[in-house]
Design a protein around this ligand. Structure first.
Ligand code: SER
Length: 603
């Protein structure tokens, strides 16, 4: 069965169970100031998981392109990738554990023909706050999974939220216990990974192919969890992994998606995939990183030192260092060979290969200049590279941490003091404001209460600025932390005191009315017809979300046009009264025709 066939079977199977197929979100979320990439199928559905009604109903199914930078260091084994497609089915307060586990098993065994005896499962063992998931365990038993193939694990394995365990969830984040399904390849256990083998053992015998998350909780400000108004199911299954097990392959890089690139790599390097552990790791890193890079660049991102562009740069540079290692050439000689073009083409990236070539040329120049400095550290006796030395390589020579790691740690066996490096890096980031906080966060969205409020305040300010200054005002950039929002917009000069007051007053008048924030899903054309602000040149999916803050919902103001209407990924507060008072605390001119304001919400 091809990977494409498996995707289609999944979508059809869940349509047969009353689900509506929805358009996935774009991979690159440029219009959402809180996140860089879609990293899970649930991400675009957060408001609906929190209780907003979804226009397509309570049962949804999709396949979502996803990127997880937090897995970047794991890439190189038989199963981890940064970029993957995630099959997802959703119950938004509709069915729950009973149906989900039954359908999950039915899909794997009846639809895909996986032998039931090769499936093992895990369930949540519970905490002080959340009880042990006996319900899922007994449901699995009823469905014919014997007790010795049902394993209980704690929050580190069987709890899912975008931030991980409950303790790590910021206020406002949603999550819950989960139940994972594993395929057993039956290979002998490698005691290097522990005495006994079990589904979460890393020895390679088991591969996780699906996760049924029971999203039922939301984190409170005081650190406790409270029940969401509805109990949801969020199933996620890595399509590439499922495709591998259907073909009996324990290595995802052997599936049809990767075969063309592996073949080109074999031809170009003269090395057979699988011939040695080191080479296999390099093949996998190159294939994954270039596939991810092609996907990101195909959505319009260019390599840079900020946001998504920085991630693209990291992936491209890491891939090339690996490639040079594989061919045993110096990077500078290797870059001239141009053979990467063929690989990029094999990944469907013909349109972006010139962009990549330009980036590699840039890297070649950087690397040649930094070469004496890095080689001095690589060849000296001391095995430790201090955080200061690594930071110097980054700041003065432009060598990204990934490249340093590849060259100094992987190739020359040195150890870099990353803690110190990060400390220096963060200080530098604060000072220069040139880099993105996404660099170490892996693109995780921050949906904490504070950030959500400031995000809604950004919409209000955008609308008010247009009303006070004129319709030439349009968003040029946005950055939100828990403390403040930063909003860049087109306008020739800084605002006068009077203009600032007018903008603030206009925003705060709306807040006093406690207007509701509503949204609808529609096509971009329809959104434009409805006058929704959107960003030209932005990549949107076929369907977009349009957030509206509308005074006409208040009887006394009915008939008035919406105060704000924007195409946006959300999330937002449900009523703007939650914002308190919006204050513009600072403004500056940041370029020709661009003004930057900083604002806060609160009392
Ligand atoms: N939210 C879970 C995940 O992303 C399942 O979809 O793994």
């Amino acid at each position: 069965m091809t990977t494409d066939e498996i995707r289609e079977r999944y979508l059809k199977f869940f349509e047969g169970k009353g689900h509506v197929r929805i358009e996935p979100a774009p991979l690159v979320l440029e219009n959402d100031p809180t996140t860089l990439f879609t990293s899970a199928g649930m991400q675009p559905l957060i408001p609906y998981l929190k209780g907003e009604p979804h226009p397509k109903g309570k049962r949804l199914v999709d396949s979502q392109l996803s990127l997880r930078l937090q897995d970047i260091e794991e890439v190189g084994d038989n199963r981890h990738t940064t970029y993957f497609e995630m099959l997802g089915n959703w119950s938004l307060g509709d069915y729950f554990k009973k149906e989900q586990l039954e359908w999950c098993l039915e899909f794997f065994t009846k639809e895909l023909g996986l032998p039931k005896e090769k499936l093992w499962v895990s369930v949540f063992e519970g905490t002080k706050e959340v009880s042990k998931d006996e319900e899922s365990a007994s449901r699995w038993k009823e469905l014919g999974i014997p007790e010795d193939r049902i394993f209980f694990y704690g929050v580190d394995k069987n709890w899912w939220s975008r931030s991980g365990e409950p303790d790590k969830m910021p206020a406002g984040e949603i999550g819950g216990p989960d139940s994972e399904t594993f395929f057993d390849f039956g290979t002998p256990h490698n005691p290097k990974y522990g005495k006994e083998c079990h589904p979460n053992c890393q020895c390679g015998r088991f591969l996780e192919i699906g996760n049924s998350v029971f999203i039922q909780y939301q984190k409170n400000k005081d650190g406790t969890l409270s029940e969401l108004p509805q109990k949801n199911v969020d199933f996620g299954g890595g399509l590439e992994r499922i495709s591998a097990v259907v073909d009996g392959l324990s290595d995802v890089f052997l599936i049809d998606v990767y075969t063309p690139v592996i073949k080109v790599l074999e031809k170009e390097t003269g090395i057979k995939y699988g011939s040695s552990d080191g080479n296999t790791t390099s093949f996998r890193i190159i294939a994954d990183h270039l596939r991810a890079a092609v996907a990101i660049a195909s959505e319009g991102v260019e390599p840079s030192n900020r946001g998504q562009g920085y991630i693209l740069r990291r992936l491209l540079r890491k891939a090339i260092v690996r490639y040079s290692r594989l061919t045993d050439k110096e990077i500078k000689d290797f870059l001239k060979s141009n053979s990467l073009d063929t690989i990029v083409e094999a990944l469907g990236g013909a349109k972006v290969k010139e962009l990549f070539q330009a980036e590699w040329d840039k890297f070649e120049r950087t690397f040649c200049t930094a070469y004496p400095a890095i080689m001095k550290l690589a060849t000296r006796e001391n095995n430790i590279v201090s955080g200061e030395e690594a930071f110097e390589l980054f700041e003065s020579h432009g060598l990204l941490p990934d490249v340093q790691k590849e060259v100094l740690e992987t190739r020359f066996g040195k150890r870099i003091d990353w803690d110190k490096f990060k400390e220096l890096f963060e200080k530098h980031q604060e000072q220069s404001r040139t880099a993105s906080a996404g660099m170490f966060k892996g693109g995780l969205a921050d949906t904490s209460e504070e950030v959500t409020k400031l995000h809604t305040a950004t919409h209000l300010l955008h609308a008010a600025l247009r009303k006070v200054l004129g319709e030439h005002v349009s968003q040029k950039g946005s950055n939100i932390t828990a403390e403040r929002l930063r909003f860049d917009f087109s306008h020739p000069q800084k605002l006068t005191e009077e203009e600032i007051k007018k903008v603030e007053d206009l925003v705060n008048e709306q807040i006093k009315e406690d207007l509701p924030v509503s949204f609808e899903t529609m096509s971009l054309d329809e959104a434009i017809k409805k006058g929704a602000l959107h960003f030209f040149g932005e990549k949107y999916g076929k369907e977009v979300k349009v957030y509206t803050i509308d005074p006409s919902t208040r009887p006394a103001r009915s008939g008035l046009a919406p105060f704000s209407r924007e195409v946006c990924g959300g999330p937002h507060v449900s009523h703007i009264g939650e914002l308190g008072r919006v204050r513009i605390i600072k403004q500056e001119k940041v370029g020709a025709g661009i003004v930057r304001i900083y604002a806060t919400t609160g009392k």
